[in-house]
Write a protein that binds this ligand. Structure first.
Ligand code: SF4
Length: 384
C-alpha cells in the first residue's frame, strides 16, 4: 500500500435512515452536482475524491479496533488488563474518533457498510472495485455494502464495470429519483432526465444490485402535482426498483427552492395536496414488485403507508384515503399531532390523551385552517 500523506479519518454528514447501523466509510467528500434546489446538505462545500489509500487506511483502523473489541469481549479478567493498556496507548485524538465509529458498528453487529458521501460511484470503477474488495477481505462476515449515487453517474458506467462493482460486493444503491417528470426535474435543477433515471435504474438492477429510489411528493408544487405523480409512477414502472422511499417535500432555508417560492415561481403544496399526489402516484404503479417505504422518515405524514406491491397496494391506498376522508378539523388535529411527535398514525386520533394534548397545543397557539400550513412548515423545518 502507498504511504498516506495528509491523512485524516473522516465521516461525512449524512446517510439514509436504513443505514443507521452501518459503518460509514467516506470515499468522496460532498456532492459533485450540488445544484438541486430542494437540497441544502452540501451547500457551500466543494466536492473531492479521497485518495484510495486513505479509504483503505480507514478500513485498517476500523479493523484494528473491531478486532480489539472482539478480543476484549472474549478475554478473561487478567488478559483484559493487558488489552486495556494497549487500548489507552493507541487512543490519541484521531483514534478516539475511529474508535467511536468502530464501537458503534461493533455494537450493531457489523453487518453493513455505507459508502459516503452523495455519489460514490463517481470515482474510477477500478478504485471502487479495490475498495469494495478490501472491505470484503477485512470483514468477510458483512452482509451488505451500499452507497448513494446519481442517475447521471450510473448511466455513464458501462454494464461490464457495473457487473464488476456488483461482483466486488456492492449490494445496494440509493438513487434520488425525486420525480420522473422532466418538467419538475428541470424546475429543481436535478441535472438529469426521466430517461436517464430509467437507464440508470435498469442498469443497477441488471447488475444484480438492489435499488432504492426516492420520490418527493410536492416537488412540482401545486402546478405540477399531477405530472409529478403520473410521470414518477411511469418511470418507476419501467424500473421496478426494490424500494420506493417516500420523502415529502420540505422547503428549508438551506435550499434555494425557498427563493423560487418567495418570488412566486414555485407554489408550495400543503400536506393534504401531497397526500393526494402520493395517492395518485401509488394508484398508477402497475406490474412491479417494489416495497414502498414511508415509515423510515419523520418527514412523511402517514408512516403506515408502507408495503410490498402488488399485495399491499390496496392497503396503502386505504391509508392515504383514510386521511383524505377525514373532516377538515380532524386533518388539522392529525397534522399537528404528527408534526409535534404526539401522533404517529391516524388511529391516534382516537386516543384520548394524545388528542387532548394536541387540542391543547391548537388552543395555545391559535392554530386554525388559515394558519395551519405555515405552522406545519415551521415544525417540519425543525426536523431536518
Ligand atoms: S439531492 Fe443529491 S445530487 Fe442533489 S445536491 Fe443534494 S446531494 Fe447532490
Amino acid at each position: 500500500m502507498k504511504e498516506c500523506t495528509d491523512y485524516a479519518y473522516e465521516v461525512g454528514p449524512i446517510r439514509p435512515p436504513s443505514e443507521a447501523a452501518s459503518l460509514l466509510l467516506r470515499v468522496t467528500r460532498n456532492c459533485p452536482w450540488n445544484r438541486c434546489k430542494f437540497c441544502g446538505v452540501y451547500k457551500k462545500t466543494r466536492f473531492s475524491v479521497r485518495p484510495k489509500e486513505h479509504v483503505l487506511k480507514d478500513i485498517d483502523s476500523i479493523k484494528m479496533w473491531t478486532d480489539w473489541l472482539k478480543a476484549a469481549e472474549a478475554a478473561g479478567a487478567q488478559e483484559r488488563k493487558g488489552l486495556a493498556e494497549r487500548f489507552f496507548n493507541k487512543l490519541d485524538e484521531e483514534q478516539s474518533w475511529v474508535y467511536s465509529s468502530a464501537a458503534h458498528w461493533y455494537r450493531n453487529g457489523m453487518k453493513s457498510v455505507f459508502l459516503q458521501d452523495s455519489d460514490s460511484l463517481v470515482i474510477k470503477p477500478d478504485d471502487l472495485v479495490d475498495i469494495l474488495t478490501y472491505i470484503r477481505k477485512q470483514f468477510p462476515e458483512i452482509e451488505r455494502i451500499t452507497s448513494y449515487s446519481r442517475s447521471e453517474t450510473v448511466a455513464r458506467i458501462s454494464d461490464e464495470n457495473m457487473k464488476r462493482i456488483a461482483d466486488a460486493g456492492l449490494n445496494r444503491i440509493h438513487i434520488g429519483m425525486e420525480t420522473g417528470s422532466n418538467v419538475v426535474l428541470k424546475l429543481v435543477d436535478k441535472g438529469t432526465t426521466k430517461e436517464k433515471h430509467i437507464i440508470a435504474g435498469r442498469k443497477v438492477k441488471a447488475a444484480g444490485i438492489e435499488l432504492s429510489e426516492y420520490f418527493i411528493p410536492g416537488l412540482g408544487g401545486n402546478e405540477y402535482s399531477e405530472l409529478n405523480a403520473i410521470e414518477t409512477a411511469d418511470a418507476l414502472n419501467k424500473i421496478n426498483p426494490d424500494y420506493i422511499r417516500i420523502r415529502t417535500l420540505a422547503v428549508t432555508q438551506r435550499g434555494s427552492l425557498i427563493e423560487d417560492y418567495r418570488k412566486g415561481v414555485f407554489t408550495r403544496a400543503n400536506d393534504t395536496k401531497m397526500i393526494e399526489e402520493l395517492l395518485l402516484m401509488v394508484e398508477n404503479l402497475e406490474g412491479i414488485t417494489s416495497t414502498i417505504v414511508s415509515s423510515d422518515h419523520i418527514i412523511n405524514l402517514l408512516p403506515e403507508a408502507d408495503g410490498r406491491l402488488p399485495d399491499d397496494k390496496q392497503k396503502i391506498i386505504s391509508v392515504l384515503k383514510g386521511y383524505l376522508e377525514l373532516p377538515e378539523n380532524e386533518k388539522i388535529i392529525y397534522r399537528i399531532g404528527r408534526r409535534t411527535g404526539v401522533m404517529s398514525s391516524i388511529k391516534d386520533l382516537d386516543d384520548g390523551d394524545s388528542r387532548d394534548h394536541v387540542l391543547g397545543l391548537i388552543n395555545k397557539y391559535g392554530i386554525n385552517s388559515d394558519n395551519v400550513d405555515a405552522f406545519v412548515d415551521d415544525l417540519v423545518n425543525r426536523f431536518i
